[in-house]
Every structure is written in structure tokens, then in C-alpha cells.
Design a binder for this molecule. Sequence first.
Ligand SMILES: NC(=O)c1ccc[n+]([C@@H]2O[C@H](COP(=O)([O-])OP(=O)(O)OC[C@H]3O[C@@H](n4cnc5c(N)ncnc54)[C@H](OP(=O)(O)O)[C@@H]3O)[C@@H](O)[C@H]2O)c1
Length: 228
Amino acid sequence: MLEKKTILITGANRGIGFELVKESLSKNFFVVGTYRNKINSKNLLKINSNNARFYMMDVINEQSIINVSKNLNKPLDYLICNAGINNGFGNFLDIDHSHKNMLKVLNINVLGCILTVRSFIQNLNANAKIVLISSILGIQRHNGSNATIYRASKAAVNNLMVSISEELKSKKITVVSFHPGWVRTDMGGANATLSAEESATSLVNCFVKLTFKNTGKFYNYDGSLINF
Ligand SMILES: NC(=O)c1ccc[n+]([C@@H]2O[C@H](COP(=O)([O-])OP(=O)(O)OC[C@H]3O[C@@H](n4cnc5c(N)ncnc54)[C@H](OP(=O)(O)O)[C@@H]3O)[C@@H](O)[C@H]2O)c1
């Protein structure tokens, strides 16, 4: 029998992250899910499986990430940086783009990814895969002025993905980013085209097919390449 692969998913308590947890369990992974707040995580914490462990962790609290990293007793085959926020769909002149709001978006979406990857590097198995959940809104060639800082944060995530992939090439660790589709979650809203389950099913199918030849690239949830 094949040995179970271990996958760590941040922002596992709701939205796409929660569906990634359920989908990974159904695909026979050992799942490590992180959440930042017990009150918002009741559905996640109800999952009772020998193949899942859940830890409290905030992606912008380095000590909380280090604590999880020290507590893991299995090496990770997949590290999925999914946690993220959007400050709304206004443009840079709107009130939702206050200095404070913009710092929050950049802090969680961009620095959160770096801090997460930095701390879990030591937990990665040989040939591990790192996936940063980005967004099509982060591509450089676009004609939208809305969600200004969110777009910039995801452009930065894709740029980070390239830097991290270069840094980890000698270790043969694969580093990619994915657009999960437009998904009906608190962030994506009710009019989005995909359910979180559809997105997660397709993403996990793509994750298991990743090889080192994919490193440094940005993919859509259906596995097609996105030029960023
Ligand atoms: N939905 C879409 O259409 C769409 C499209 C493109 C990309 N994405 C990306 O997909 C990812 C997941 O989005 P979603 O739609 O599932 O959003 P969501 O439903 O709003 O869920 C966001 C998740 O991120 C967690 N999170 C936020 N800040 C965190 C922090 N500081 N530390 C740890 N966890 C934190 C949230 O935890 P709490 O419950 O504690 O807040 C929650 O679990 C994000 O990176 C997003 O940018 C989404």
C-alpha cells in the first residue's frame, strides 16, 4: 500500500481551505489544517479523523507558525498557503483603501506566505510541493482599477513564488501558485461561478500531478498555465 502523503493547509476553517481539507481527506492524505480562531472554526474542529490534526496559527504571528512547525511529527509532502484576505473591491481612492487596510492585506497575503514557507522549510520532505494560493487578479496585464491593493498583493505572491522556487531548486522542491477560480466563499461572494467544493476538488487533482518540471509557474484551478 502507498504511504499516505501529508498536506498542510493554512486558513483551513472555512471557504476554499475547509473544502481542501475535506477533499484531501477523501483522497487519502494525512491533513494538517491551521486556523486562527476557534470560534470561527467549529465545522473544522468537528472533523474527527485519525488522518487529521488541527492547530491554531496566525500567518502573521511568526511564533505561532514556529510552534506548529515544532509540533509536527510527520514531514510535509505538500504545503498549501491558502490563508488570505481582501479589503473589498474598491479602488485606491475608496475608503476601503485606507493605509491601515492596505497594510493588513499586504501583511497577511504577502508576508503571511513568506513567514509560513520560512518556518515550514525544515518540515518538508524531499521533493515536497509548495503551493501559494494566488489570484488571476494579480496578473500584470489587466484593465481593472478595482481591488487595487488585493491585486497588488497577489502580483507580489506570484513574484514571491518565483523567488522561492529559485531558492529551492537545488533541493528539488516544487513551488507553484494557483488561481482557485472565482469561488462562492465569504471572499468570492454568492455570484461566483464555482462552489468551494468544485474548486477544491479540481485543485487537489492538480496538486497530486505536480512534478518538479512545474516549478516557478502559475496555474489555473483546472491545471492550465496562466501567463502572469
Ligand atoms: N474566493 C475566490 O473567488 C478567490 C479567488 C481568487 C483567489 N482566492 C484566494 O483563495 C484563498 C482562500 O480564499 P477564500 O475565498 O476561501 O476566502 P475566505 O472564505 O474569506 O477564507 C479566508 C481564510 O483565510 C484565513 N485567514 C485570514 N487571515 C488569516 C491570518 N492572518 N492567519 C491565518 N488565517 C487567516 C481565514 O481565517 P478566519 O476565519 O480566522 O478569518 C479563512 O480561513 C485566499 O488566498 C484568496 O485570496 C479566492
